[in-house]
Design a protein around this ligand. Sequence first.
Ligand code: NZQ
Ligand code: ZN
Length: 394
Amino acid sequence: MSEEIRNFDAYNPTHIVFGKNRLAELENLIPQDKKVLLLYGGGSVKKFGTLDKVKKALANHQGEVGEFGGIEANPTYETLIQAVDLVKKENYDFLLAVGGGSVIDGTKFVAAAAVFDGDPIHIFGNGIGEKKPITKALPFGTVLTLPATGSEMNSGGVVTFVEKKAKLSFGSAYTFPVFSILEPEITYTLPKRQVANGVADAFVHIMEQYMTYPVGAMIQDRFAEGLLMTLIEIGPKLMAEETPDYNLRANFMWAATNALNGTLSKGVPQDWASHGLGHEITALYGIDHARTLAIVLPSLLEVRKAEKHDKLVQYAERVWGLTGSDDEKIQQAIEKTRAFFESLEIGTSFQAYDLGEEVVEELVAQLEKHGLTSISERGDQTLEISREIYTRAL
Ligand code: NZQ
Ligand code: ZN
């Protein structure tokens, strides 16, 4: 008997404010009486004028407006907890993230931690905390500067623990942004490396929700395939851009948002093993999130060919237009996936990052420590299989 589409709820309360000159509308998006904390990263929003524009838009805001800068790429618990203290001490009651996935994820954590009952370390599980549910959070909005994570329209986040060398996710129904401003022109200042990261991260988000086994979910499948094909079409164009093209950036931004705003995963199995394996690589060796996924995914598809057979054939035919025997189509589709990452100047092996076979056991030990011992869509990816995937990626 074939699998059926599972029951699902669809709920996404985030108001998307997309297009040109939308920042000015901040004034109407945040209630006047709110005391607002602006949170940002390492300085790009200062350097490129986005923070000034935000402040200008809030010039007539009645409540006070404060700032917390310095949230790192792969935001750390150690830094974020300082923002939590500030929010509590100064009684901020609205947060505004101005940045990429790291600043937005960090802001989500601050929003939940500032009103959490007990020590916010317990927002996490995986051997770090006791994992207690988030039951409330401060309201927050975002001004997105980097299309990649989908964090601007989902309720999840990822936090890095420096000392414990861990990178863990959290989420809740309370940590959706109230609104997110998506101005494609804000992405014009991104270095090519970050544009490439954004395309690759979004690509793998789609794959994690699509590359499992078929359940006859026609809408989810076709939507995923359309997004993958869009990224395959615009990726090389973005890399070749001499001056930024508005529509290219707009399509990139909206594709990345849709890749992880909850739509694709409705009623279908999901994998997320590439992310699980990738987060350990970032935590130990500091490689950019998207690059870790490009190391893991092609090898994972090789190792998991049998389990993912039917979806790999569908992907080969519909996304890449491949013909031939099933085995040929699968092989070529995996090669094309790897070549796609490489075309974005993203290395797909540990060697490309000057790492060798010593990484395998270190990474497997971290997976074990964090309880990632039976992952993937069927929970059948054991440590042994993860070891094989890391080894194949050398
Ligand atoms: O820190 P600043 O100075 O602002 O510079 C940033 C940062 O160095 C820079 N940047 C951002 N916007 C820019 C810009 N530079 C020039 N012009 C702009 N417009 O880009 C660098 C990277 O930023 P970051 O926010 O770290 O990148 P990204 O958006 O890729 O976020 C990565 C984080 O998100 C997590 C990742 O694990 C990682 O910690 N993820 C979050 C997810 C979610 N919430 O759903 C899902 C993802 O799978 C992912 O795990
Ligand atoms: Zn990701």
